[in-house]
Design a protein around this ligand. Structure first.
Ligand code: LRH
Ligand code: MN
Length: 394
């Protein structure tokens, strides 16, 4: 691993400046116990309600310095008084970010939500999205982030073109309710829970729908929602070029939508994605994490995730643009490729530690979490199973 050569001051300052601008939103649903269809293994001290989830998100921000907002999922995070919830979040030191409607957690949605054959179910789904637009207003959020599981399991089960028309009709009703400055992020996914057709399966369908809706609609790229072998950074580059990239749901996968820690399986892919971001033109791109931590601690997983994104971004910012452009112009295929590798193979931990020190953050937030005894404190405060059993052995 090439030691991070001490960059000329300007360079390092510029890199650190861009790095410190990076804001990563964490998902409330990543702090609670979650699992697979096989089992949910409870984690001692895991957050049990929206207030504890926001408190844990605030702890992650205090320890990393780069996670100032938390996304909510409705009704998982529903409360009677959103003003009180906003005040609590502000007291904790975080903003409330994207509001995620839930169009999968209701029996009525067996055959879809916005694309359901029954007008009553479609209307209920639209009403839920409009409720989320109102919640966004109440908590000062400028993003409604929509994923819908709609699809079919067998050929012939429903008419694919008619379902698309229903989708567009439903989204248009939601879009028209958006206050100025609020964006609707449209999240696609190529399969699951539907296993034959998905009504919003890929970036192309999401982009077409967003173009039809208008400028406040943009595409959300969940990095776990593509067929194996998909060149995600090329999708990102294209959506940026078209002004259609609204945000990310960062996570990583080995097989399907595994929702593992971002950069944990393929850090070079994350670097290539952040390289497209480092090239600029990404002011209003929302960097959000969307993961479920089934066997590991929730807070330390979120801290490691933020650190992995910072690491990939720091390396991406280190690419020698001038030499790269020259090699590309010269058609020097491997020369150009190696310039990218130089940056990827740079150990940016010293640079990140210096950048964190400048803003009073521990050089390694993960170690700071462990050394701070937060996990044991939270398990005692929340009266869950003794912690030693899980941690002592680690
Ligand atoms: C769907 C998804 C979506 C969320 C959910 C928690 O797979 O990525 O973003 O609503 O996970
Ligand atoms: Mn997602």
């Amino acid at each position: 691993m090439r030691e991070c050569v001490r960059l000329r001051p300007m360079d390092e300052a510029a890199v650190v400046g861009r790095l410190m601008e990076l804001e990563i939103e964490t998902p409330s649903w990543g702090y609670g116990n979650s699992g697979t269809r096989f089992h949910v293994y409870p984690w001692p001290g895991a957050a049990r309600d929206v207030y504890e989830r926001i408190a844990d998100a605030a702890l992650v921000h205090r320890l990393t310095g780069c996670c100032p907002s938390v996304a909510l999922h409705i009704p998982w995070d529903a409360v009677d008084d959103y003003g009180e919830l906003l005040a609590f979040a502000e007291r904790q030191g975080v903003r409330i970010g994207a509001i995620n409607p839930n169009l999968f957690g209701d029996d009525a949605y067996r055959l879809g939500s916005l694309c359901h054959r029954d007008a009553g179910v479609r209307a209920a789904a639209v009403r839920h999205c409009l409720e989320c637009v109102e919640i966004a207003k109440e908590v000062g959020s400028s993003i409604v982030s929509l994923w819908l599981p709609d699809g079919t399991n067998y050929p012939g089960q429903d008419d694919l073109r008619v379902r698309h028309a229903r989708l567009v009709d439903g989204l248009e009703e939601v879009y028209t309710a958006l206050p100025p400055g609020t964006r609707l992020l449209v999240e696609y996914k190529f399969f699951e829970p539907a296993f034959y057709s998905t009504d919003l399966p890929d970036w192309g369908t999401a982009a077409l729908v967003c173009r039809r809706l208008g400028p406040q609609a943009q595409v959300l790229v969940d990095t776990g929602h593509h067929p194996q072998g998909t060149n995600i950074e090329q999708i990102v580059a294209l959506l940026l070029a078209e002004g259609l990239l609204g945000g990310f749901h960062f996570n990583n996968r080995k097989y399907a939508d595994d929702d593992l820690i971002v950069g944990s399986i393929d850090p070079f892919e994350l670097f290539r994605i952040m390289r497209e971001i480092a090239k600029g033109g990404t002011d209003d791109v929302a960097f959000m994490i969307d993961q479920s931590h089934n066997v590991e601690g929730k807070i330390d997983a979120m801290i490691q995730s933020a650190m992995n994104i910072q690491t990939a971004y720091a390396k991406a910012l280190l690419v020698d643009d001038k030499r790269l452009a020259e090699a590309q112009a010269a058609g020097d295929v491997l020369g150009a490729h190696r310039i990218l590798l130089e940056a990827f193979e740079t150990d940016v931990r010293p640079l990140l530690a210096r950048a964190r020190a400048e803003v009073g953050i521990a050089p390694d937030p993960f170690e700071a979490f462990r050394a701070g005894g937060h996990a044991v404190r939270l398990s005692e405060e929340r009266g869950t199973a003794s912690f030693e059993s899980a941690y002592e052995r680690t």
